[in-house]
Write a protein that binds this ligand. Structure first.
Ligand code: 9MR
Length: 445
């Protein structure tokens, strides 16, 4: 009864329903990823944007993941845009959502060279002032969430690609020991949080990961509080490092936890079924490497849907990097994660139809119906359902829909009858509801 445990709103209880046309699925749908991960005592997490934690986005975030990382909400520039004026709204919202849904939170991130407030980066500080600013920031932010966060990414991205220290505000002002000082301050502020150093391009054995290895080894030897390393894993299709598992293992052998903290696998757009299949295989490779090492605590994806991914903005022409497409349909990568976590189903072949409530308000809602074909195609289509609680269609787009009594019959518009193998068609509608708004079973014809 996850829906009772989560205490979510009615809208978020409404989940997609897939029906199959063509070859029947080999088995029933898998359990949500978080249930599979829980059974293996692993984390399956996602970065989230607080303002989106409603509707289908919120429902998937709650249903599929046992951990959340605020994508931006806990960064210094977000929480203290003006010196001494704090904005915790989004960070609080995410932590509250996680607690309501029985999810861990990974705090991200305290000491970084990026996304800092301009008052900090443009200021002129003595060494003592800079140290005080850093340790006060840690005390304030870690202290605010004391006892509620599982983990903190205390220091983010301290290294250059060649393994030298990145020249940052912190390194230049305080020397390399800013890292030890930050970790010590974080431990003092929340003794129960696991403290990590997090970086990218440290997934395989290379100069940068070896610098990280040498750092955490020496921190441990000195008795500096360090619990784990985060391997971000912003990967490129076709470039999963062959030494990933070996690298995870060498950190684990130091007596440290390892987490994959920001997994995504980007590709040149447009995506196609071959690229998505390769991406799925590579997601599975990363998952398998973590599952194989006991001290690898788990994997967090950097956004679960392509509509909430940083990739297209940062790498124009690239994208499709996450396990769900921009319409919240699970991609092959989703099924690959499930399989690596012990799920048993293979992705269905044929054409499936998914009904979801996109927005719901008092008295009305916007619904979406999506038809996906894989291993099959359609030249025209009909999607029919029965509204079980008096819902009444008021408007539809990208389909011709009529309602008679409780029966809704929709057929393709003149321009979207064709659903190719590997393609999809989506249509939308508005309807009224009162009392309850149960998800109907949609049949595809
Ligand atoms: O996902 C974040 C994106 O919304 C921001 O614009 C971006 C700015 O650098 O930061 C993104 O998250 C980064 C994370 O905090 C640290 N590792 C790299 C991530 C991608 O840039």
């Amino acid at each position: 009864m996850r829906s009772l445990r989560t205490g979510l709103s009615l809208a978020s209880l409404v989940s997609g329903l897939a029906l199959l046309l063509g070859a029947p699925p080999a088995q029933a749908a898998d359990a949500p990823l978080r249930d599979l991960a829980d059974a293996k005592s692993k984390v399956i997490g996602t970065a989230v944007t607080g303002s989106k934690l409603t509707g289908t986005y919120g429902e998937i975030a709650a249903r599929e993941f046992n951990a959340l990382t605020p994508g931006n909400a806990m960064k210094w520039g977000s929480v203290e845009p003006t010196r001494g004026t704090f904005n915790w709204a989004e960070a609080d919202q995410i932590v509250n959502f996680a607690e309501a849904n029985g999810q861990q939170v990974r705090g991200h991130t305290l000491v970084w060279h990026s996304q800092n407030p301009s008052w900090l980066t443009n200021g002129t500080w003595t060494t003592a002032e800079l140290r005080q600013l850093m340790t006060d920031h840690i005390a304030t932010e870690v202290g605010r969430y004391k006892g509620r966060l599982e983990t903190w990414d205390v220091v983010n991205e301290p290294f250059n690609e060649d393994g030298t220290y990145r020249q940052t505000l912190w390194y230049n002002g305080l020397g390399a020991d800013y890292i030890a000082e930050a970790l010590t301050a974080a431990r003092a502020a929340d003794p129960s949080a696991k403290l990590y150093i997090n970086d990218y391009n440290v997934e395989g054995v290379n100069a940068k990961s070896t610098a990280l290895y040498n750092l955490v080894k020496s921190l441990k030897e000195r008795g500096v509080p360090i619990d784990g390393v985060g391997l971000q894993a912003h990967l490129i299709l076709g470039q999963v490092p062959a030494t990933l598992q070996q690298n995870i293992q060498r950190f684990a052998d130091l007596g440290l936890d390892v987490a994959i903290t920001e997994l995504d696998i980007r590709m040149n757009l447009p995506s196609d079924s071959a690229k998505l299949a390769q991406q799925a295989a590579e997601y599975k490779q990363v998952m398998n490497a973590c599952v194989a090492v006991a001290r690898c605590v788990g994997v967090t994806v950097w956004g679960f849907t392509d509509s909430d991914s940083w990739i297209p903005d940062t790498f124009p022409g690239q994208g499709a990097a996450t396990p769900y497409d921009e319409n919240f349909a699970p991609k092959p990568a989703y099924h690959a994660i499930a399989e690596a976590l012990g799920g048993t189903t293979t992705p269905p072949t044929g054409c499936t139809v998914t009904y979801s409530v996109v927005h719901q308000w008092n008295g009305g809602f916007t619904g979406q119906v999506r038809i996906d074909c894989s291993g099959a195609s359609l030249a025209s289509w009909k999607a029919n359902w029965t509204f079980g609680a008096g819902q009444q269609l008021t408007q539809a787009w990208n389909a011709n829909c009529t309602q008679s009594g409780s029966a809704v019959n929709c057929s393709n518009a003149s321009y979207n009858g064709t659903v190719p193998d590997g393609g999809s068609v989506t249509f939308g509608f508005n309807a009224s509801w009162s009392g309850s708004n149960p998800v109907p079973v949609v049949t595809l014809g």
